[in-house]
Design a protein around this ligand. Structure first.
Ligand code: IPM
Ligand code: MN
Length: 356
């Protein structure tokens, strides 16, 4: 069988890092005898430039017909400094999430032995930290309506909306993942203030008895923000709503020491999307200096989550670990030692996989 992969490289460093992930996927495919068909499509600022739409219908059709989507990054400073821009690259990402029904964003947080000294947190705090943050991705304040301004322009509003069904779907996933890991689930909310959070708790408490072997705790988001950096090892699986998850996962990314190392998977109704958690890093675009590892590790998640190919995913992880050990790293983690280019790292990983 041929697996169809949609390739959405997007903006900034997107094309460079996706290219490396792609050669790694091809090396794995060759090694294990799989067949992949890659098709590229536009997303983000480049899509606005070329067709006036950050998530064109053609791109959506391709994703719908694909077994998985490999995604680079979107965003361009031109839009960040222009609050009046009518169409923004980020709208493309949000439209893709909504239209593909990507309700669960999985962001693993862990450390890499040879990078542990890069973490701004004390080694004894982060060494061994390993948790999965599950962020709800198609609801909450990102999508709630009404959103906008009053006619005089002097008042603006956003709305946080969650239905019991949306909450149940993601909380169940949290319980299931906890069951496959260390059996501890932390449900993060702000139930002391928000009505939507109180519904989260109500729904979660109703599901709890179905998973008697999972230890559940409920935690307010402000407390969670503090515990992530003071005691990250206490977490196993964390599940939370869209915006809390956005903020907490950026915070958690400092545990590993480099944002350039962290992958993610967005699991959906129609297909799933694999992308690094970092952004488009426009200052580095075209310079062949960006760290491709987060995208390469996103490809590992693709093998595991989209295709159930665990050995293939494990080999990619091993290649990345070995490259770090060997010091074949980009400038963000080179620490004054020799920095390799994006493509040199990708080629090293590919060679490692071929010779494994
Ligand atoms: C992320 C990003 C996006 C988000 C932006 C680019 C819309 O920060 O994937 O975490 O807020 O979800
Ligand atoms: Mn974010």
């Amino acid at each position: 069988m041929t697996y169809k992969i949609a390739v959405l490289s997007g903006d900034g460093i997107g094309p460079e890092i996706v290219k490396q992930a792609r050669i790694v996927i091809e090396a794995v495919a060759k090694k294990f005898g799989h067949d992949f068909e890659f098709t590229e499509a536009l997303v983000g600022a480049v899509a606005i430039e070329e067709v006036g739409d950050p998530y064109p219908a053609e791109t959506h059709q391709l994703c719908m017909n694909s077994d998985a989507v490999l995604f680079g990054a979107i965003g361009h400073p031109r839009f960040d400094n222009d609050p009046s821009a009518k169409v923004r690259p980020e709208q493309g990402l949000l439209a893709m999430r909504k239209q593909l029904g990507l309700y669960a964003n999985l962001r693993p947080v862990n450390t890499f032995k040879s990078l542990i000294h890069k973490s701004p947190l004390k080694t004894e705090l982060v060494d061994g930290a390993d948790f999965m943050c599950i962020r709800e991705l198609t609801g909450g304040i990102y999508f709630g309506r009404p959103q906008g301004r009053t006619e005089d322009g002097k008042t603006a509003y956003d709305t946080c909306v969650y239905t019991a069904d949306e909450i149940e779907r993601i909380v169940r996933l949290g319980f299931e993942y906890a069951g496959k890991r260390r059996k501890k689930l932390t449900i993060v909310d702000k139930a002391n203030v928000l009505a939507s959070s109180r519904l989260w708790r109500e729904v979660a408490q109703k599901i709890e008895p179905e998973f008697p072997d999972i230890e559940v705790e409920y935690m307010f988001v402000d407390n969670a923000a503090m515990q992530i950096i003071t005691w990250p090892k206490r977490f196993d699986v964390m599940v939370t709503e869209n915006m809390f998850g956005d903020i907490l996962t950026d915070e958690a990314s400092v545990i590993s020491g480099s944002m350039g190392m962290l992958p993610s998977a967005s699991i959906g109704i129609h297909t799933s999307v694999f992308e690094p958690i970092h952004g488009s890093y426009p200052q580095a675009a075209g310079k062949n200096i960006a760290n491709p590892c987060a995208t390469v590790l996103s490809a590992a998640m693709m093998f595991e989550y989209a295709f159930g190919m665990m050995d293939e995913g494990a080999l990619i992880r091993k290649a990345v670990d070995e490259s770090l050990e060997a010091g074949i790293v980009t400038e963000d983690i080179a620490d004054g030692n020799k920095a390799y280019s994006t493509s040199e790292v990708g080629e090293w990983l590919t060679d490692f996989i071929q010779n494994a």
